[in-house]
Design a protein around this ligand. Structure first.
Ligand code: CP
Length: 319
């Protein structure tokens, strides 16, 4: 299978601005399917998709499942804990066995950076990266772009990613996507949680969250990924919140209304104040809603769907 995006979606680093715009534009008609009472469109009828999750997920796994069902695909969910991986089977053997059952696509989350490409190079089916280690989480980057675009043109918008950028696949996909669509991008966090040399990508670095808030139009707050950290990155969670927390008091001093984003899962009172997360400028739940439409667009395009027919595919719905 291949269409305008090629066989796989492994990251945003190697997509062009036009390919990213194509996915976002294709997602637009699918928003209606995911937001309204249109139950299903037949675009992926007869296709079989395996959701292979080796790491925990709420939003990504469930929204891929919704997207697949709303496109009428047949889906199978495989969690590492319930598969023969626990008996020592390799990733490639697992995937080849799935492929032997005639599947069309694999959506995979894995703890190792590069796992999605490793798999894509070894199986014929399309692979969609649902997050690989610290590398990329392309559909999260895309749904973040769609959410910003719902509120303002992306080109020229100042987006600051605040928090644990070092361990964040979401940050990487956001940075590639935003730069390709002409946004100004910055990061802010303790030096220990920012990748060395990140400025070389064309990204500004703020050491103080107050400066980031004064500069930005959009703040994308990241979770502290304590499970990926050895000790010593931050003195304590309480100290982190005191210095880098995105709080109401800090936002009240912003020179303009900011859009507040968070990919989830959130640690309230660690990287973000509950009053900010639930406040009037938060689009955190809009991000989740857009996730279904974006994933529908990715699945549709990888299956060879014609972008100009996405509207028609919606029209041919099974209400
Ligand atoms: N944003 C995100 O990837 O959330 P999940 O880990 O719940 O899928």
């Amino acid at each position: 299978m291949s269409g305008a995006l090629g066989k796989d979606l492994l990251g945003l680093e190697h997509l062009s601005g036009d390919q990213i715009r194509l996915i976002l534009d294709t997602a637009e008609p699918f928003k209606e399917v995911s937001e309204r009472a249109i139950k299903k469109v037949p675009a992926l009828r007869g296709k079989t998709i395996v959701n292979l999750f080796f790491e925990a997920s709420t939003r990504t796994r469930i929204s891929f499942e919704f997207a697949e069902k709303r496109l009428s695909a047949d889906t199978v969910n495989v969690a590492a804990s319930g598969s023969s991986v626990v008996k020592g089977e390799t990733l490639v053997d697992t995937a080849r066995n799935l492929e032997a059952m005639r599947i069309d696509m694999v959506v995979m989350r894995h703890g190792s950076s590069g796992a999605a490409k490793f798999l894509a190079d070894r199986i014929v089916s399309s692979v969609i990266n649902a997050g690989d280690g610290k590398h990329e989480h392309p559909t999260q980057g895309l749904l973040d772009l769609l959410t910003i675009r719902d509120h303002r043109p992306i080109a020229g918008t100042k987006v600051c990613i605040v928090g644990d950028v070092l361990h964040s696949r979401v940050a990487r996909s956001n940075i590639w996507g935003l730069l390709k669509l002409g946004a100004e991008v910055a990061v802010c966090g303790p030096a220990s949680l920012l990748p060395l040399g990140i400025e070389a990508l064309g990204v500004q670095v703020f050491r103080r969250v107050e400066e980031a808030i004064a500069w930005a139009d959009v703040i994308n707050v990241l979770r502290l990924q304590l499970e990926r950290m050895q000790t010593g990155y931050i003195p304590s969670v309480r100290e982190y919140y005191r210095v880098f927390g995105v709080t109401m008091e800090r936002l009240e001093r912003a020179p303009r209304d900011l859009l507040i984003m968070h990919p989830g899962p959130m640690n309230r009172g660690v990287e973000i104040d509950s009053r900010v997360a639930d406040g009037p400028h938060s689009v955190i739940l809009n991000q989740v809603t857009n996730g279904v439409a974006v994933r529908m667009a990715v699945l549709y395009l990888l299956a060879g769907g014609k972008p100009e027919l996405a509207e028609a595919a919606k029209g041919a719905s099974d209400r």
